[in-house]
Design a protein around this ligand. Structure first.
Ligand SMILES: Nc1nc2c(ncn2[C@@H]2O[C@H](COP(=O)(O)OP(=O)(O)OP(=O)(O)O)[C@@H](O)[C@H]2O)c(=O)[nH]1
Ligand SMILES: [Mg+2]
Ligand SMILES: [Zn+2]
Length: 354
């Protein structure tokens, strides 16, 4: 009898996916029940998934099940308000790539990715690429310092001149990372510069907003580790984040919020708001406040029932617990993952013949 094996999904194309099983790569189909199971997600399989599969001859195989996901980078599916689109799963860190000038350096998408990364258990690092295009470091220094003050690592790179590439290599070495950001910031160029053999397609910054990289794929790095290249996006709509939770990802706003009169102040129209007062007095940079407000405005109202709420009635409680420090949030996610794994083990024991 053919023994089931374990592997990692490295890419997806329509109904088929590539699974890396160590010495060999298999082209797999998923069992019908996996495809049809309603998980509230837009796809049953995601790049980075650990799967159990059965070879069916040659390099072909069938996926039997998906193992619990350790981390995930999610967005709200453009196809459905209540559908989660998981971009990638089981990676350690999120490299948020932005660029100097082409396209213009702005914090909006960086802030959204920080939230998505933190919420999914990934460690965000910011990479400001195309530093060669700046006539003066002041074009990016202020932004870099701002994120460093928020305790994020900031890398300054140029895929053209090679600036910062050694540091980038060390950041990626022996870890699994996903690169994300606007189209044309140089994600694929950076990966190519570190490992030219990958020959990823790159292209001029498009004026129509079309991205060059078309699918998500997990790539093995010669110097150790894995990297996931993703297509650039224009907007990231957050998944599973409520308006009230946004402030905790803006440390300066979060600290001030304890001085607001209303205990549940959203810092929008409320009276005696310490955050708005700080913007007026110049103590809080208006750019930070604007970014916060834009995210709050595009975030779901609380208590909108979602597909996942039905299966997890205590989810609202868990979410409250997340209003904590980064370390605590990661710890909670880790515990949840270990719990899922334990349940997984339990299931297998039940299946085993006595
Ligand atoms: N001057 C300069 N140009 C760069 C740099 N990195 C990339 N580019 C150029 O920017 C353009 C876009 O680069 P890509 O690597 O395709 O960008 P991407 O982020 O992968 O884009 P998508 O796949 O569309 O999301 C290409 O013309 C690259 O040659 C850099 O550090 N400096
Ligand atoms: Mg690309
Ligand atoms: Zn307030």
């Amino acid at each position: 009898m053919i023994q089931p094996m374990e592997g990692t999904v490295t890419s997806l194309r329509s109904v088929l996916c590539e699974v890396d099983a160590g010495e060999r790569t298999y082209t797999c189909k998923a069992r019908r029940r996996l495809v049809e199971s309603d998980t509230g997600e837009s796809k049953p399989l995601v790049v980075g998934d650990r799967v159990v599969f059965t070879p069916t001859g040659g390099d072909e195989a069938v996926i039997e099940k998906v193992l619990p996901r350790r981390t995930k980078l999610s967005r709200r599916s453009p196809r459905g308000l209540r559908t989660e689109h998981i971009i990638v799963t089981n990676v350690d860190q999120l490299l948020i790539v932005a660029a100097v000038r082409k396209p213009p350096l702005r914090p909006g998408l960086i802030d959204r990715y920080i939230i998505a990364g933190e919420a999914g258990g990934l460690e965000p690092t910011i990479c400001i690429n195309k530093t060669d295009l700046a006539t003066d470091p002041s074009e990016y220094d202020g932004l870099a310092r701002m994120y460093e003050e928020m305790d994020y690592r900031v890398l300054l790179t140029s895929a053209v001149t090679g600036t910062g590439l050694e540091e980038l290599k060390e950041t990626l070495r022996d870890k699994s990372s996903v690169l994300a950001g606007h189209s044309g910031v140089g994600k694929s160029s950076l990966i190519n510069a570190l490992q030219p053999g990958l020959k990823l397609r790159t292209g001029p910054v498009s004026t129509t907003g079309r991205h060059v990289t078309s699918g998500v794929s997990l790539l093995k790095l010669d110097f150790g580790g894995y990297v996931v290249d993703t297509p650039g996006i224009r907007e990231l709509t957050l998944w599973d984040i409520e308006k009230q939770e946004v402030a905790q990802f803006f440390p300066a706003i979060w600290e001030l919020s304890h001085q607001c009169r209303m205990p549940d102040c959203m810092h929008v129209h409320e009276p005696d708001c310490a955050v708005k007062a700080a913007v007026e007095s110049g103590d809080l940079p208006p750019g930070r406040y604007d970014s916060y407000i834009r995210i709050v405005e595009t975030t779901e109202e609380p208590h909108v029932p979602r597909a996942t709420d039905v299966e997890e009635p205590d989810r609202q409680i868990t979410k409250k617990k997340r209003r904590l420090s980064r370390g605590k949030r990661r710890q909670d996610l880790r515990r949840q993952y270990e719990q899922d794994l334990d349940e997984e083990d339990g299931e297998e024991e039940d299946d085993a013949p006595n």
